[in-house]
Write a protein that binds this ligand. Structure first.
Ligand code: IPM
Ligand code: MG
Length: 369
C-alpha cells in the first residue's frame, strides 16, 4: 500500500466545522473501503484562530500547511470579528495562506447537476448541462499589489489606494494552467480582462496570446470582463474554461456559481507550481462563506465541501476514480430528492448537514459494492 497521504484540515469559522465533519466521514469511509490511508491533522484558521492566538493564521499553522500533501479548508469570517484590525481579520488568514503557499491558480468549476437544473434563478434551458471552469489568478493583482493604504489628507478627509500589478511571469503561469485544463476538456479558453481600460489588461491579453502559441490546438478567445458578466447570465454554455485575474475572478466566479442554483454546491482548488516530481502545493475549499446566520444549526449544505474533497483526490492524489465516486454519490443523493435548506424545493426531502453526509456515504457503499 502506498504511503499515507498527509492532510491538514482547517475547518475555520461558522459552518466550516460542520461541513468539514462530513468530509471526515467520507475520509473514514475511504480509509476502510479503498486502498488509501490518510493522516489527518487539524488546526485553527480565521476567527477561531484569532480568538485562540490573537491572529487568524499562526506561523505554526502555516508551517503545517506547507508540509502536508493537501490542505482542506472550511470557511472563514463572521460578524464577531468585523472590528478586528485588518491584518488579523479572518479573511487575512486565508489570503496569507494563499500568498505564502503561492497558490496562484484557483480552479472553480460551475457545474449544473441534472437534479438541480431547475433550482437556478435562470431559466432551466439556459443552464441545464452547464459545465464550466474558472481559473482565477489568486496571488496577485488588486488583492496584493502595493501600495495599498488609506491615509489622511492634510486638508481633511482621507485617500485610499489599491494597486493592480501583474508581471509577464504571473500571467504566463496561470494561463498555462488554464491552457492545460482546456486541453483536457473541449479545447476552448476565454481570457478575460479590461484591455480597453487597464494596462494590466493589455499585458494580460498579450501574454495570453503568446502562451497560446504553445497550444495551437486550443481555441483562445479574448473577452472584456464586463461583457463576460453579461454573457454569463445571457448564454453561459458558450464558456468552457475562463482564465482571469484575481479581482475579476472573484466577482465572475460568484456570478457563475449562482447559475448552478446554490453557492452551497461549489468546490474549489487552489494550486501552486509543480515541483520536479509534478506535485503541487494545494488547498481545497468550498466557494461559499461561513454563513454565520445558520452556524451550529446543522442546516449547512456539506456538498461543496465534499466536492472540494473530490477535487483534492483528483488534483493532488491522481485518484480520479475515487473523485468520480464522490461526485456520482453527490449527484445520486440529489437525484433521490434529498435537499438541505439552501437548495430546498417543493416535493423534496429536507435533510440536515449530517443526514446529507450519511446519505453520501450510504451511496458510496452502493457504488463501490
Ligand atoms: C473568495 C472569497 C475571498 C476572496 C474572501 C473571503 C477574502 O470571496 O474566495 O472568493 O475575496 O477571495
Ligand atoms: Mg469571493
Amino acid at each position: 500500500m502506498a504511503a499515507n497521504k498527509k492532510l491538514l484540515m482547517l475547518p475555520g469559522d461558522g459552518i466550516g466545522p460542520e461541513v468539514m465533519g462530513e468530509v471526515r466521514r467520507v475520509i473514514e469511509w475511504m480509509d476502510c473501503r479503498r486502498h488509501v490511508s490518510f493522516d489527518v491533522i487539524d488546526d485553527l484558521v480565521g476567527g477561531t484562530a484569532y480568538d485562540a492566538h490573537g491572529t487568524s493564521l499562526t506561523d505554526e499553522t502555516l508551517a503545517k500547511a506547507m508540509s502536508v500533501d493537501a490542505v482542506l479548508l472550511g470557511a472563514v469570517g463572521g460578524p464577531k470579528w468585523d472590528n478586528v484590525e485588518r491584518q488579523h481579520r479572518p479573511e487575512a488568514g486565508l489570503l496569507k495562506l494563499r500568498k505564502e503557499m503561492d497558490l496562484f491558480a484557483n480552479l472553480r468549476p460551475a457545474t449544473v447537476i441534472p437534479a438541480l437544473a431547475n433550482a437556478s434563478s435562470l431559466k432551466e434551458h439556459i443552464v441545464s448541462g452547464l459545465d464550466m471552469m474558472f481559473v482565477r489568478e489568486l496571488t496577485g493583482g488588486a488583492y496584493f499589489s502595493k501600495p495599498k493604504l488609506i491615509e489622511d489628507l492634510p486638508g481633511g478627509g482621507q485617500r485610499a489606494v489599491d494597486t493592480q500589478v501583474y508581471s509577464t511571469a504571473e500571467i504566463d503561469r496561470v494561463c498555462r494552467v488554464a491552457f492545460e485544463l482546456a486541453g483536457k476538456r473541449v479545447g476552448k479558453l476565454h481570457s478575460v480582462e479590461k484591455a480597453n481600460v487597464m494596462e494590466t489588461g493589455v499585458l494580460w491579453r498579450a501574454v495570453a496570446t503568446a502562451v497560446g502559441e504553445d497550444y495551437p490546438e486550443i481555441e483562445l478567445l479574448h473577452m472584456y470582463a464586463d461583457n463576460c458578466a453579461m454573457q454569463l447570465v445571457r448564454e453561459p454554455k458558450q464558456f468552457d474554461v475562463i482564465v482571469t485575474d484575481n479581482l475579476f475572478g472573484d466577482i465572475l466566479s460568484d456570478c457563475a456559481a449562482m447559475l448552478t442554483g446554490s453557492l452551497g454546491m461549489l468546490p474549489s482548488a487552489s494550486l501552486g507550481a509543480a515541483d520536479e516530481s509534478g506535485r503541487r502545493k494545494a488547498l481545497y475549499e468550498p466557494v461559499h462563506g461561513s454563513a454565520p446566520d445558520i452556524a451550529g444549526e446543522k442546516k449547512a449544505n456539506p456538498l461543496a465541501m465534499l466536492l472540494s474533497c473530490a477535487m483534492m483526490l483528483r488534483y493532488s492524489f491522481d485518484m480520479a476514480e475515487d473523485a468520480d465516486l464522490i461526485e456520482q454519490a453527490v449527484a445520486n443523493v440529489l437525484g433521490q430528492g434529498l435537499r438541505t435548506d439552501d437548495i430546498m424545493q417543493d416535493g423534496m426531502t429536507a435533510v440536515s448537514t449530517d443526514q446529507m453526509g450519511e446519505a453520501v456515504t450510504d451511496e458510496l457503499d452502493k457504488l463501490a459494492a
